[in-house]
Design a protein around this ligand. Structure first.
Ligand code: UT7
Length: 325
């Protein structure tokens, strides 16, 4: 019998401290940084973001999202045999955030590791979990995207600090006799390392180099719109499907203009695109599972529908996953 993998539960979590654009603009103005609600909304579609309190880490946000996904799947934590956390803001250099989260969840003993593919992290992690389930290496996986990007933002750099937020999203992926994940397509091109990075590294008891996020927004924008279309088309071809088979597009939530362009290229109306960037900004690896969970819980996405998930980000990395819920 062929083994497939299916999403059986979704969950997400946003830390309670919500900053509207007006809140952030006022805070930045007090530090002499000039920006506006109008600029942020017009250029990005972002209206608010959430920031984790001091002492709250990616594992804490991921833990809440994971608990909600487990509850939706009707599973106890002990049933899980694989945990993958996609994050670029891990709790520690090592061990992995997945190990820390596993212990907090009480799922000790199962395989647990992190995936570092920045904003494409969730589609990478989901693809790995799918492959492990198909080979029989796992049967019930938690795939989590969790980030505290507020910790790596330079609040003197208005071109980046207004864009990102903190949060987590999770899915339970289980072995199934019927297909859930239909196809995926992953890519990276390391020659673009410099356009989106946190270049610092730990050495000799300190951080050497810049420990804050640096981005060439226009370069990222241009690359993103091209590669997202390519990845979506390659994934559809692998699954033997066409654009017409997509019920919902769930792109990485970075900028509404990138999403509009991606939808246009796929001949999809914006009614078929799940948009949450307005409410949580760019949460990197957490953005896709956050958007997925919000659309599932609101009843927008229904069981049996076909979803195209698309990630893009630092690396440069990109990829897509086509699945039936
Ligand atoms: O998660 C990984 C994926 N990341 C992304 O997808 C990000 C992709 N890039 C973007 O979303 C956009 O490039 C940005 C939102 C980052 C920037 O939008 P843009 O339309 O490319 O603006 P720009 O960089 O061309 O800047 C236009 C103007 C500049 O002023 P001048 O030179 O025209 O006078 C900037 O200095 O806007 C200015 N500006 C701002 N003004 C007010 C830049 N940031 C701000 C700001 N508030 N926060």
């Amino acid at each position: 019998m062929t083994i497939y993998s299916r999403i059986t539960g979704t969950g997400s979590y946003l830390p309670p401290n919500r900053l509207s654009n007006a809140d952030l603009v006022a805070q930045l103005a007090a530090q002499g940084v000039d920006t506006s609600d109008d600029w942020i909304v017009e250029r990005t579609g972002i209206r608010a973001r959430h920031f984790a309190a001091p002492g709250v880490f990616s594992s804490d946000l991921g833990l809440e999202a994971a608990r909600r996904a487990l509850q939706a799947a009707g599973l106890e934590a002990q049933a899980i045999d694989l945990i993958i956390v996609a994050t670029s803001t891990p709790d520690m250099v090592f061990p992995s955030t997945a190990c820390i989260l596993q212990n907090k969840l009480g799922a000790n003993g199962c395989a647990a590791f992190d995936v570092q593919a920045v904003c494409s992290g969730f589609v990478y992690a989901l693809t790995i979990a799918d492959a492990m389930i198909k080979t029989g290496a796992a049967t019930k996986a938690l795939v989590i995207g969790a980030e505290v990007f507020s910790r790596i933002l330079d609040f003197k750099d208005r071109t980046t600090c207004v864009l990102f937020g903190d949060g987590a999203g999770a899915v339970v992926l289980e072995a199934s006799s019927t297909p859930g994940i239909l196809a995926s397509d992953l890519h990276a091109d390391g020659k673009h390392v410099g356009i989106l990075c946190v270049p610092g590294h730990v050495s000799g008891g300190g951080v050497l180099g810049e420990p804050l996020l640096r981005m060439d927004g226009q370069a990222v924008f241009k690359l993103a719109v091209g590669v997202l279309d390519e990845a979506a088309r390659a994934t559809l071809a692998k699954a033997g499907k066409t654009e017409a088979d997509i019920d919902w597009l769930i792109p990485h939530q970075a900028n509404i203009r990138i999403m509009q362009s991606t939808a246009r290229k796929l001949k999809l109306s914006m009614d078929k695109v799940v948009v949450t960037v307005d409410q949580h900004g760019n949460t990197s690896a957490a953005s896709i599972p956050l958007a997925l969970d919000s659309a599932v819980r609101s009843g927008k996405i229904k069981p049996g529908e076909t979803l195209m998930l698309e990630g893009v980000g630092g690396g440069f990395t990109w990829g897509a996953v086509l699945l039936t819920l």
